[in-house]
Design a protein around this ligand. Structure first.
Ligand SMILES: [Zn+2]
Length: 227
């Protein structure tokens, strides 16, 4: 099948048995969120490049439909039900901007506003504010020409990503230039290139990465340039 024609949604499974990521080797335990790639290998969401997506639980049909429509990349989240002996849909992973847009369209609905506040509060509660600020300051220092506010987006994401992941936190917490650069590259890949669209079309991660490599280099050089 031609890659351009593959519009099938990505699928994320919540594991019921112990799982490990076959890329980074992290032991994920039970109840981990994974994707399956060729030969049934499991990948954690960080390695699958899906970690920037926001989880929208099932239950609000209008919001789900709108978020799905606006999201260039989305993944259905499934969990095996022992009782019913089948996979059951838990919700959808969508891009943050798509969810925001969908929420705006649902804005006349007061419940939608309340749910949004709850989700935002839950996300913020996980963040270590002091670390986020230090991380953002380092991004701004190394990439002085990145658009205003981006340093905060990169820092919050990096902080969410490393919170509760002891094995990885040491490198990220050091705030060395390599760690900052990796976080900025991941942000550029999702925010400034059509990488997510390529994944949604069924491109393999490595092929998709190759296709956006040059664009990422250009943006990096621009953000890093000093007068
Ligand atoms: Zn992994």
């Amino acid at each position: 099948m031609d890659k351009q024609d593959r519009t099938s949604e990505l699928t994320v499974f919540i594991t019921t048995t112990d799982a490990s990521c076959s890329d980074c080797g992290e032991r994920l335990g039970r109840g981990a969120w994974i994707t399956l790639v060729e030969n049934k290998r499991a990948l954690c969401l960080a390695c699958a490049d899906l970690e920037h997506l926001i989880f929208l639980p099932s239950g609000d049909a209008a919001l789900t439909r709108r978020a799905r429509k606006h999201s260039a990349l989305a993944a259905v989240v499934l969990k095996w039900s022992r009782a019913r002996k089948r996979y059951e849909r838990q919700g959808l992973l969508v891009q943050a901007e798509a969810l925001e847009q969908a929420e705006c369209e649902c804005l006349e609905d007061a419940d939608a506003r309340a749910r949004r506040r709850e989700r935002e509060a839950a996300r913020r509660a996980e963040l270590d504010r002091e670390y986020v600020e230090r991380f953002a300051a380092r991004v701004r220092e190394i990439f002085p020409r990145c658009p205003p506010g981006r340093e905060n987006i990169v820092a919050e994401h990096a902080c969410l990503k490393y919170s509760g992941r002891v094995g990885r936190s040491a490198a990220a917490k050091s705030l060395d230039e390599a760690a900052i650069r990796i976080a900025v590259i991941a942000h550029i890949r999702h925010a400034e290139t059509d990488y997510d669209t390529l994944l949604a079309r069924g491109y393999e991660r490595h092929d998709a990465r190759l296709r956006v490599e040059e664009k990422i280099e250009r943006v990096l050089a621009h953000w890093q340039a000093r007068e």
